[in-house]
Design a protein around this ligand. Structure first.
Ligand code: SOE
Length: 390
C-alpha cells in the first residue's frame, strides 16, 4: 500500500511551529503504516526573513510572508495555524473556504463569536478540523479515559483539575502578546485554563455552570524589546517603560457538570516552582484516578473493590500495553514527553483525514471550551454562578 503524501502549510514559525514541525517529521517514524506522510511544504511567518529562518530550522521546502497566497495554492492539502490567537479565525475561515483540512493551536479563538464562526466555516466546507489540545494525547490521560469508559471507577462524582506554571511570576517578565486582550482574548483562562476545560470535557463530559474568581496581580509589564513571545524572560534592564496588562493572571473556579458531577479548576502562570503542573484527580463511585503531568508516564489508580489488604493507590507506568503504546516506545520507562503528545496528535489528525471521520477535539470541542472560558470570565466579573452558553 502506498501511503499518501500530504502537503502542509504551517502558518507561524515560533515555539508551536517547532513542536508541529517536529511532529510532521517524526509521526511516520513512530506510527507505521502512517495514515499519511505529512510533507513540510511551506512555512509562513510575519516577515520574509523570519519565514526563511523557520524554513531552515524546521525543514520546509519554501518560505513565505503571505499566508493568503499560500492558502490559495492548489498543492496545499493541510493548513496548520500556529500563530497568536488574534488571527486564528481569519486564517481558519479562509482555509476552510479554500477547502483545506485545518489543525489550529489552542485556544481555538479569542471569543465565542470567533470560535462559532470558525466552527460554522469548517462545517460548510466539509473539511477535517482539529484543535490542538495535546494533553489528551498523553498515554496516561488516555488510559484514565479508558478506565472511565469501562466503568472501572464507577459514576464520576468529582473532578479536580489544576494547571500551574511560573513563567510569568516575575513582574518584570515582558508584555508578550499573551498579556494583551486584543491579541490573546484572555490571559490564563484562555491560555492554560482551557487545557483543563478540555481535559474535563474529555474525561467527565460537558460543564454546565461555573463560579469563578479571576485576578490580575501584575498590572503592568515592561514593553517587550524584540522577539515576540519571550516566555519567562526578565526585562529589568530594558529601559523601564511599562504598559498595561488587561487580561487575567489567575483563575479558581467551582464547576458543575451536566452529568451531575461537581468539580474545581485552578490555573495560573504565576505559581513559583510549578513548571507545567497539570494535575487531575477524579473520584467515582468505585475508585479514583490521579495524574500529574510532571510525572506523565504514571497514572495513579485506586479500585475500591481491591482486596482489603491491598487497598490503596497503585502506579500504572504507561508503555506498549496502553493507549498509543504500539506506536510510541517499545518498553515502558523510555519516557513520554511533550513532543510525543504532539506526534500522537499529528497521527490522530492525519488518521481523521484518511478515514474522513472528524477527530476529537475538533472545532466544535474548541467552541465548547471557549463557551466555558467565557462563563469563567463572566463569573470572575459578577462573582455569581454563570451558565455555560450553548
Ligand atoms: C504558555 O503558558 C504555554 O506555552 C501554553 O500556551 C501551552 O498551551 C502549554 O502547553 C505550555 O505553556
Amino acid at each position: 500500500m502506498m501511503t499518501k503524501v500530504m502537503n502542509v502549510a504551517m502558518i507561524g514559525g515560533g515555539f508551536m511551529g517547532k513542536a508541529h514541525a517536529m511532529a510532521y517529521a517524526a509521526m511516520p517514524m513512530f506510527f507505521w503504516p502512517a495514515p499519511a506522510i505529512p510533507h513540510r511544504k511551506v512555512v509562513v511567518d510575519v516577515t520574509d526573513s523570519a519565514a526563511e529562518t523557520a524554513r531552515l530550522r524546521f525543514g520546509f521546502d519554501e518560505a513565505s510572508s503571505d499566508w493568503r497566497a499560500v492558502i490559495a495554492r492548489p498543492d496545499i492539502d493541510v493548513v496548520d495555524i500556529c500563530t497568536p490567537n488574534n488571527v486564528h479565525a481569519e486564517i481558519a475561515i479562509a482555509a476552510a473556504k479554500a477547502g483545506k483540512h485545518i489543525i489550529c493551536e489552542k485556544p481555538l479563538a479569542r471569543t465565542v463569536e470567533e470560535a462559532r464562526a470558525m466552527a460554522e466555516a469548517v462545517k460548510q466546507a466539509g473539511v477535517i478540523h482539529m484543535v490542538a489540545f495535546n494533553y489528551r494525547r498523553t498515554p496516561a490521560v488516555a488510559l484514565a479515559k479508558k478506565y472511565i469508559d469501562e466503568g472501572r471507577i464507577g459514576r464520576i462524582l468529582n473532578f479536580r483539575g489544576t494547571y500551574l506554571q511560573d513563567w510569568s511570576a516575575d513582574e518584570n517578565g515582558p508584555l508578550s502578546w499573551r498579556f494583551q486582550k486584543k491579541i490573546a482574548g484572555s490571559g490564563t483562562v484562555g491560555d492554560i485554563g482551557t487545557h483543563v476545560v478540555d481535559l474535563a470535557h474529555y474525561l467527565v463530559g460537558p460543564i454546565e455552570s461555573v463560579n469563578a474568581m479571576t485576578r490580575t496581580y501584575v498590572k503592568t509589564r515592561p514593553i517587550q524589546q524584540g522577539g515576540v513571545d519571550k516566555l519567562g524572560a526578565s526585562e529589568k534592564s530594558s529601559g523601564g517603560e511599562r504598559a498595561e496588562v488587561d487580561v487575567d493572571d489567575e483563575v479558581v473556579s467551582m464547576l458543575k457538570f451536566e452529568s451531575g458531577a461537581i468539580g474545581s479548576l485552578e490555573a495560573t502562570r504565576n505559581a513559583w516552582g510549578r513548571n507545567n503542573f497539570i494535575t487531575l484527580e477524579i473520584h467515582g463511585t468505585k475508585g479514583s484516578i490521579a495524574f500529574n503531568y510532571e510525572r506523565r508516564d504514571e497514572l495513579q489508580v485506586m479500585f475500591a473493590d481491591d482486596p482489603a489488604d491491598a487497598r490503596g493507590f497503585r502506579t500504572v507506568y504507561t508503555g506498549p500495553a496502553h493507549p498509543y503504546g504500539q506506536g510510541l516506545w517499545p518498553i515502558p520507562g523510555l519516557g513520554i514527553g511533550y513532543s510525543e503528545t504532539k506526534i500522537v496528535e499529528c497521527h490522530d489528525f492525519f488518521s481523521a483525514i484518511a478515514t474522513g471521520k472528524q477527530p476529537s477535539p475538533n472545532f466544535n470541542d474548541g467552541l465548547s471550551c471557549e463557551l466555558v472560558a467565557d462563563a469563567l470570565l463572566r463569573s470572575g466579573e459578577t462573582g455569581l454562578w454563570e451558565a455555560v452558553g450553548k
